[in-house]
Design a protein around this ligand. Structure first.
Ligand SMILES: Cc1cc2nc3c(=O)[nH]c(=O)nc-3n(C[C@H](O)[C@H](O)[C@H](O)COP(=O)(O)OP(=O)(O)OC[C@H]3O[C@@H](n4cnc5c(N)ncnc54)[C@H](O)[C@@H]3O)c2cc1C
Length: 428
């Protein structure tokens, strides 16, 4: 057994006195079929290793799940794929995902209306607006351009982990106006990082902004769960064991709910951080939550394919997207699907304030919008404080740890962590 909190970040060793794997046990076991576990299992399988992937739920995907309700495609929380995440090419066939891209830009609420600002390659109208909007001062426009060029060229995301700081501090240092912070930067980055303001890591923000500058965010036509489903399709059918929960770790063995015991040469624990901490007898780290609400409407409130940004002072909504403008497959014919979301520390979505905010933005048409689904995704992302390394490789004896909590709290981070853990397991 591991004493609580007995390891730091790297390669601590543990020697088990228990018996090793029996002949019927698989060579490698991965626990958790979220993106990290799938990346680990597929990496091991491609390397010719025998692997079993154990998943507690009835489906793969972990936090990337989709429900179909009355013909609407409802992801579990508002989330998008940044199509230029560097890790995607190793794991996904993007062409087969039928990606539906958002406009490369944002629809910014300023002076009582939304203004679509966009990259010239994405929308001519949006690019013209970007030159004229009051959301940015002329100085902000110049700084944005310079920031974009620096981000594109920098190998190290502008700073080392030791120099990392809160994002707001970096943006202030770069000279952005307080108006642009309120209307653009804060709703953009707090919506992605699920922070209450701009306290998240500037390095992580730089990574996200660099991806956004290089290509669009998108959703698969069939919903976000198409991503893990495609990864699972790269594994032989008998590799994945659904409804199989690891209850505890006894020495080098996994005890499953129901009493079965399994062991393997190497085990990759790819659960979310709270379960990994319980299994490994550590203190769980802090996490961030997202509330979201989906509305069905007879008509879309506008024709924008951009993510709408709403300032913090205005109400609980930070991000809004008219999903059916982006991916018509997300709504039945003749209907529109609107999602709103924001960071939260509460257990319930702030629906009354959301309704009020939507009405103040889009007027009385929102009264006929039908609430399809609302909720809070608790522990949506592990907290990533300034100075956190972009990827860690943690090992305890024959257990390797993967998951977005070992890298960045994102699809990119989950995929990287799974691959890194699998390579470490193979290298042993
Ligand atoms: C609402 C929301 C919005 C997000 N927005 C974005 C976004 O826009 N872009 C982006 O890049 N990222 C976003 N993310 C983050 C991204 O989804 C996650 O970082 C990523 O999916 C984490 O994958 P994972 O494999 O590390 O963990 P998980 O997806 O949590 O997978 C862990 C798996 O382990 C299984 N498991 C747990 N315990 C056990 C056990 N004891 N035995 C067996 N199996 C077990 C779980 O059932 C689960 O399937 C968002 C996340 C949420 C929730």
């Amino acid at each position: 057994m591991y004493p609580p909190g007995s390891h730091g970040d790297m390669n601590l060793s543990y020697t088990s006195s228990e018996a090793g794997p029996s002949q019927s046990d698989p060579e490698y076991i991965v626990v958790g079929a979220g993106l990290a576990g799938l990346a680990a299992a597929v990496t091991l399988h491609r390397a010719g290793r025998e692997v079993a992937l154990l998943e507690r739920d009835d489906s793969v995907g972990g936090r990337v799940r989709t429900d179909i309700e009355s013909g609407f495609v409802l992801d579990r929380g508002f989330q998008v794929l940044l199509t230029t995440y560097p890790e995607l090419g190793r794991h996904l066939d993007l062409a087969s995902l039928n990606l539906r891209p958002f406009i490369r830009g944002a629809n910014v609420w300023d002076a009582g209306r939304f203004v679509e600002l966009a990259h010239p390659r994405s929308s001519f109208r949006g690019a013209l607006n970007a030159l004229r909007t009051g959301a940015f001062t002329p100085g902000d426009r110049f700084r944005l351009l310079k920031f974009g060029v620096r981000l594109g060229r920098s190998k190290h995301l502008l700073m080392t982990p030791a120099d990392d700081c809160p994002t707001g501090e970096l943006l202030e240092r770069l000279g952005f106006s307080s108006h642009s912070m309120m209307t653009f930067w804060e709703p953009l980055l707090s919506g992605i990082q699920l922070t209450s303001s701009l306290e998240g890591s500037a390095r992580l923000a730089s990574l996200i902004l660099r991806c956004l500058a290089r290509g669009p965010a998108a959703v698969p036509a069939e919903g976000m769960q198409a991503i893990p489903r495609q990864m699972a399709s790269n594994l032989p059918a008998n590799v994945i064991r659904l409804r199989t929960e690891v209850e505890a770790i006894h020495g080098s063995k996994l005890l499953l709910t129901g009493g079965e015991e399994l062991s393997a040469r190497r085990v990759v624990i790819a659960t979310e951080q709270r379960t990994a901490a319980r299994l490994l007898r550590e203190e769980p780290r802090s996490t961030r939550s997202q509330w979201h609400a989906y509305f069905g409407a007879d008509e879309a409130p506008n024709d924008s394919r951009a993510i709408h940004l709403m300032a913090a002072g205005q109400g609980p909504c930070r991000n809004l997207a008219i999903m059916s403008n982006v991916a018509p497959e997300y709504a039945p014919h003749g209907k529109a699907l609107i999602v709103v979301a924001g960071p939260t520390t509460d257990a319930e979505p702030p629906l009354t304030q959301v309704r009020q905010q939507l009405q103040s933005v889009f007027g009385s048409q929102t009264e006929s919008w039908q609430l399809l689904k609302a909720g809070v995704v608790a522990e949506a992302q592990p907290t990533f404080v300034p100075g956190t390394p972009l990827v860690r490789q943690q090992q305890l004896g024959n257990f390797l740890i993967a998951g977005d909590h070992q890298a960045t709290p994102s699809i990119q981070g989950a995929l990287v962590s799974g691959r890194v853990a699998a390579h470490a397991a193979i290298a042993e």
